[in-house]
Design a protein around this ligand. Structure first.
Ligand code: UD1
Ligand code: UDP
Length: 371
């Protein structure tokens, strides 16, 4: 059975690599990897961490790329790869423009699509933008829907998806088996030097398209205020390579002895940093799934989330994107130990770390059914 896994950005790679490694254990599966290269350096970091070599790389990234150019380049270049690789099934992940464009390219050649991390929804097509629409459209195209949670599966049923919905858990939990170690030594010297007992380390990431501009300004101003109020905190912020993000973040937060602005961390450093941090403040999707497993409170600097499971479990809070609100919610946790402890409990609504195995079994069964 020929399977082509297609991905192109950092988070997709982190969640698809465990699945690729699992597929490679099965000799019945001829698994090939096609990178769209929507990301470049940030994608390479992940491939190196998981020691996977791609078979194809569309290498489409351009500085300050637009949604239109990403989509067009992938559609054109995928066409050629699909003709050569002739996969029985194309696997895409989540909600990026890579996911949608690769699924559409496969559909144009009448190749079945399996959607990994299917069924997440906010119900608002502009938040997150364009991810909500990307996952809706990818879901329409897909034949197989690998939903991390029961709720994700129910979202698909509500949209009239009638078959092939499988609740598998999220492959990001599988990734921890490869990335997280108790005696881990950071490769980033700043992380190696930090005193995690003396300083309360707050891990921050923010990059979403809908937060660019004023919301990101407010996020950075809130962080600055937190450093003034709490002299023992250390904010560690690995900054996304998007030049628009970097311009705002460096302008407001550089030259602050309580803020470490770092280059993107490799996923090994990143996962082990989550494990040692006091809490996480982010607009990322992936971190909302990862940090609860480590018992770290997560403040989500967005107006809504497609991952309500951990909010309901009490470890994730939505702060919105206003300086005052972010500052107040974070202050609540920094100054009230009881509040902090209530949130700092390990919960994992996203699976048992065997999602990849489940997905591979389903793929193999789909082939058996076709015979
Ligand atoms: C993309 C995804 C988003 C995901 C995010 C993860 C879309 C539309 N967006 O957003 O869903 O949450 O990835 O990080 O699919 N850049 C580099 N090197 C890199 C990566 C990015 O220089 O390795 C710069 C480039 O200038 C690029 C810009 O960042 O043009 C933006 O990258 P892009 O993939 O368009 O958007 P993201 O915000 O990364
Ligand atoms: N991540 C990483 N290095 C960083 C920042 C994030 O390895 O410097 C990881 C993080 O642990 C998570 C994923 O990247 O697994 C999230 O990716 P990103 O924030 O780019 O996208 P999102 O989750 O918002 O789609």
């Amino acid at each position: 059975m020929r399977v082509l896994a297609v991905f192109g950005t950092r988070p997709e790679a982190i969640k698809m690599c465990p699945l690729v490694l699992e597929m490679k254990k099965h000799k019945e599966i001829d698994c090939k990897v096609c990178l769209t290269g929507q990301h470049r350096e940030m994608l390479r970091q992940v491939m190196e961490a998981f020691r996977i070599q791609e078979d194809y790389n569309l290498d489409i990234m351009q500085e300050r790329q637009t949604l239109t150019t990403i989509t067009i380049s992938i559609l054109e270049k995928m066409n050629i790869v699909l003709l050569e690789a002739k996969p029985d099934i194309v696997l895409v992940h989540g909600d990026t423009t890579t996911s949608f464009a690769a699924a559409l390219a496969a559909f144009y050649q009448q190749i079945s699509v399996g959607h990994v991390e299917a069924g997440l929804r906010t119900g608002n097509i502009y938040s997150p933008f364009p991810e909500e629409m990307n996952r809706l459209l990818t879901g329409r195209i897909a034949t197989y829907h690998f939903a991390p949670t029961k709720r994700n599966g129910e979202n698909l049923v509500k949209e009239n998806v009638k078959k092939n919905i499988f609740i598998t858990g999220n492959t990001v939990i599988d990734a921890f088996k490869i990335t997280v170690k108790n005696d881990y030594k950071f490769s980033n010297p700043v992380l190696q030097e930090l005193d995690y007992a003396k300083n309360r380390v707050i891990l921050v990431t923010a990059h979403r398209r809908e937060n660019l501009g004023e919301p990101l300004e407010q996020i950075c101003r809130a962080l600055k205020r937190l450093t003034k109020r709490y002299p023992d905190i250390k904010i560690v912020y690995p900054v996304h390579l998007n030049p628009t993000v970097r311009e705002t973040v460096y302008r407001i937060l550089h030259n602050n002895s309580q803020v470490e602005l770092l280059e993107p961390l490799d996923v090994l450093d990143m996962h082990n940093l989550i494990a040692r941090s006091f809490m996480v403040m982010t607009d990322s999707g992936g971190l909302q799934e990862e940090a609860p497993s480590f018992g770290k409170p997560v403040l989500v600097m967005r107006t809504e989330t497609e991952r309500p499971e951990a909010v309901e479990a009490g470890t994730v809070k939505i702060t919105g994107v206003k300086e005052e609100d972010i500052f107040n919610v974070a202050s609540g946790l920094l100054s009230n130990l009881e509040k902090y402890s209530q949130m700092a409990k390990a919960v994992n609504p996203y699976g048992d770390g065997h999602a990849s195995e489940k997905i591979v079994k389903i793929i193999l069964k789909s082939k058996a059914n076709k015979k």
